[in-house]
Design a protein around this ligand. Sequence first.
Ligand SMILES: *Cc1c(COP(=O)(O)O)cnc(C)c1O
Length: 338
Amino acid sequence: MIDFRSDTVTKPTAAMRSAISQAEVGDDVYGDDPSVNYLEDMAAEMFGYDNALFTSSGTQANLLALMAHCERGDEYLCGQQAHNYKFEGGGAAVLGSIQPQPLTNQADGSILLSDIEAAIKPDDIHFARTRLLSLENTIGGKIVPQTYLAQAQALAFERGLKIHLDGARVANAAVAQNIPMTEITQYFDSVSICLSKGLCAPVGSILLGDERLITKARRWRKVLGGGMRQAGILASAATLALTEQVERLAEDHDNAALLANELANIEGFSVDMSQVQTNMVFAQVSDDIDVKALAVDLKAKGILLSPGKTIRLVTHADISRADIVRFISELKGLLSRG
Ligand SMILES: *Cc1c(COP(=O)(O)O)cnc(C)c1O
């Protein structure tokens, strides 16, 4: 199968499977799992934070960050398109009693600083307490500019807000800009990073923060049922995500550029090339093409994508350049058949 639906479909590498089979484990709820401890210490050191916490998913890492920064009746500012607002089941409100204050995302993924300023509530019993600014990078495959991150951090600091990064794909953002990940994460009080997307780990994310934040997050993780026992089985693979898989993402970005160029040349498909910055391609499909039928025909040829008026195609470790070439040729064949 050539699976363009997401980079979450990546399978663990051979090195990960071998690490899993040899992982030293213990009960992580007691703090006794050496493989989890190794990963958390390594990640904290690598990114320059006091502590790190291994979580079952990116959704959980974001929720823990929100619940550690905010109390009941607080609010966080985020983009309308933010994953931790739009795609996480409203977890902050449902489980944390935290109100989201979504703001318009600009075309480059940023939120206007003036919009942020205007949304910060005064200390008044009518309002929720504005506590946190949450940004995302990459967002919809786009890289949020470094200069903007610095400005957003300065604003948060000035107004007494904490600042969180949903860095599910921060490694993609770093590799595409040819900078270390720490150049991005340096602006944030806390960061969540998915190890199970382009970085190929089977399960898990990491949350970075200071000691107080991670202690609080660790407590909430247990409350939410995320205290895992011999989690070293997972952490051993997740460690390799950070140490062995980051640079490889450049191939995914090259493949996405190739895919975008090829799709843009097919009649009925249009691609805004300015949006193709990492491993995602969004193709607009004209109304006279039946995308659902096309997806069914492609599936019969071993190619998976999520149909829609805009098709999102994601490149990853299990899609090669040759796979892209084959997909384009199958697509052209199906379209010419009508
Ligand atoms: C995938 C994703 C998450 C959530 O990760 P899961 O592991 O799927 O829960 C959070 N934020 C962003 C930006 C993501 O793309």
